[in-house]
Ligand binder design. Structure first.
Ligand code: PLP
Length: 411
């Protein structure tokens, strides 16, 4: 079946056209897919073809005119279902999925920014996004202005007539600080600048930045949206015009970083349990954060829904729950963090986040190790040598708390 036939069937009454008014969890399972359009398969088929064959030159031309649906880098039925579903869940007009979260950031920025343009970013970013804005953009003549967006008034000076985009994460990796999407978007829009938010730490089950005034949302699908630690992926969601540009330039010839259809299938499968998983991640993380806070070896805990969190009011306004991510530090600092982590029996020492397995990582240790390879490796602004990032998984809360306690008790 050609894509045109599938689309015609979906448009003529497939399930996706009957989804208006359905709840988030229901849409995360059904939106954009009708078994009747795919040989009645209830789960999404995986199209592993690299190219498409046509019955005539005229049919080939017609497919090209539809937006180049000729080749798997630019079109795949499995990945298209994921794009449609994610756009729906974020409340966006359109979506693009790519090979990783970093591919999403590069497709976005390298499509929208040119030499001489300026990008305003929050001062603390995911380590590789930071590396890209610090190391790569200056080589391409793109100026990056890092500001503390916790005070959105700082943008007034940072934005110039060359600023094309404001970009930030919330919650912020790895600090779990929260930035106020509405206030930042209001100030940026007053100056005619678009706002893109990396919402990876929250997922659309807990936070939908477009509802708060952002223009574009980014995700590392590798994290909560897939949720099982077995696939890499990235997504960009926003208005039709911008997404068309990102598809036609960013994916097609700037990065070429297409998502594997097999990964798209796994991510669609993960998405079906996103609502349930985020509820459990959030409830367990709150219990873990409270237990950590009560332990005498712990100096500080940053979890958005803790009463002690400085941004708790913003978090409760723009997120429905706190998610599974937290940062904390010990009185014993850098060495204490290493000792404590080596004492863990259940929680896995690993980078990444959002999996069923709880994962813990110590940025300062890994940055020291990386410095041997790259002299310019450094911790992001605000990340102390003592900071540990914990991604609370789906295990029993009591088991996680017991594991942390026994590792802390020996300090
Ligand atoms: N954005 C955030 C907030 C992240 O934490 C990460 C990865 O850890 C990325 C983007 C990059 O995603 P990926 O690892 O899928 O390239």
């Amino acid at each position: 079946m050609t894509r045109t036939t599938e689309q015609a069937k979906m448009d003529a009454g497939g399930q996706s056209s009957h989804n208006a008014g359905l709840g988030f969890a229901t849409r995360s399972i059904h939106h954009g897919y009708d078994p009747a359009c795919f040989s009645n398969a209830v789960q999404t088929p995986v199209f592993l073809n690299s190219t498409y064959g046509f019955e005539s030159v005229a049919a080939n031309e017609a497919a090209a005119a539809l937006g180049g649906r000729l080749y798997a880098r630019e079109y795949n039925p499995t990945t298209e279902i994921l794009e449609t579903r994610l756009a729906n869940l974020e409340g966006a007009q359109a979506g693009l999925v790519v090979a990783s979260g970093m591919a999403a950031f590069s497709a976005l920025t390298l499509s929208l920014l040119s030499q001489g343009d300026e990008l305003v970013v929050h001062k603390t970013l995911y380590a590789n996004t930071l590396a890209m804005v610090e190391q790569a953009f200056p080589r391409f003549g793109i100026k990056v202005v890092a500001v503390d967006l916790a005070d959105p008034s700082g943008m007034d000076e940072a934005i110039t007539d060359r600023t094309r985009l404001v970009f930030f994460e919330t919650p912020v990796n790895p600090l779990s600080r929260i930035l106020d999407i509405g206030s930042i978007a209001e100030r940026a829009h007053a100056r005619g600048v678009k706002v893109a938010v990396d919402s990876t730490f929250a997922s659309p089950a807990l936070q939908r930045p477009l509802e708060h005034g952002a223009d574009i949302v980014l995700h590392s699908l590798t994290k909560y949206i897939n949720g099982h630690g077995d696939a890499l992926g990235g997504a960009i969601l926003g208005d039709t015009e911008t997404l068309h540009t990102l598809h036609e330039t960013g994916l097609r010839y700037i990065t070429g970083a297409a998502l594997s259809p097999m990964s798209a299938f796994l991510i669609l499968r993960g998405l079906k349990t996103l609502t349930l998983r985020m509820e459990r991640h959030s409830a367990t993380a709150l219990a873990v954060a409270q237990a950590l806070q009560a332990h005498p070896a712990v100096a500080w805990v940053s979890y958005p829904f803790l009463d002690s969190h400085p941004d708790q009011a913003i978090a409760r306004r723009q997120m429905s729950q706190g998610s599974g991510m937290m940062a904390f530090g010990l009185h014993a600092g850098f060495e204490g963090a290493r000792l404590m982590m080596d004492g863990l029996g259940l929680i896995t020492r690993a980078v990444s986040l959002g999996d069923a397995d709880s994962l813990i990582y110590h940025p300062a240790s890994l940055t020291r190790a990386r410095k041997r390879l790259r002299k310019d490796a450094h911790l992001a602004d605000g990340v102390g040598e003592d900071l540990m990032r914990l991604s609370v998984g789906l295990e029993d809360a009591n088991d996680l708390i017991a594991d942390l306690r026994q590792a802390l008790d020996v300090l």
